[in-house]
Design a protein around this ligand. Sequence first.
Ligand SMILES: Cc1cc2nc3c(=O)[nH]c(=O)nc-3n(C[C@H](O)[C@H](O)[C@H](O)COP(=O)(O)O)c2cc1C
Length: 274
Amino acid sequence: MSLIIIDPAKCRRDGICVAECPMGILAQPERDQPPLAVAGAKDICINCGHCLAVCPHGALELKAMAREDTVALDPADLPSAYQVELALRSRRSIRSYRDEPLPRAQLAELIDVARYAPSGHNRQPLSWLVVSDRDELARLSGIVVDWMGWVCREDSALAELLHLRRAIQRWQDGTDVVLRGAPHLALVHAPQGERTAPAAGVLAMAYLDLAAAGRGLGACWAGYVMTTVNLWPPMAEALALPEDHGCFGAMMLGRPRYGFQRIPARRQPPITWR
Ligand SMILES: Cc1cc2nc3c(=O)[nH]c(=O)nc-3n(C[C@H](O)[C@H](O)[C@H](O)COP(=O)(O)O)c2cc1C
């Protein structure tokens, strides 16, 4: 079975798949014949599915992608520009959560959306870890606070910059400044040497955040956790990621305790137009 199967009865020879293939592995030497995969295509194809997604005639199938794993798209179902932009602008980092775990199926649905985030060369390099055990979450927050104490002793300038002394004080006063009492922590990990992982991790977290907001749930970057996984051995030990894996994004998740009434202002970024 070849890499790409084109149904000659459905193919209209319009060359759209040839024009759109990101790797340029389709060619149509004869205008009245269906496209062909070029020599060596199987080693170059990144299985992104762009060719079958763009074909208006359903003429194309990929060996590596079962048709039932693809979804028919009706433009009428898509949100308007206003709806998309409102969703983007109104999303907030949530720092007060109801004391109510989310069902695992709901968490799985959020991750199911996040897996559609772009990744370099369609590598999809991320694995996920979801921590929901209350004691475990408290332990992770405590490990971060230990790290904060270490920074205060070893690097006063950084401690100052990150307001760590104040954070430790708040922790001692009973406020979870690390995970904000969220009932879940979701993090993505990948081999340290995977060059596409940093961008993929950030994008997966952005998708997760937006997917959560869309369902009335809340998320917030767990920046302290992410920082410590990669440079504070007790955190790496506690999370027990696979050997040689680094953390490329971490988020608190849960049901927001409060609703938001306004969208706060953001600065106008400098833009150079050329
Ligand atoms: C990489 C990254 C790390 C962050 N880490 C934390 C964190 O550890 N704790 C926290 O409360 N917020 C964290 N935030 C959230 C930011 O403070 C927040 O995005 C910013 O204040 C803007 O607010 P908004 O997301 O509600 O628009 C982080 C954001 C990013 C992008």
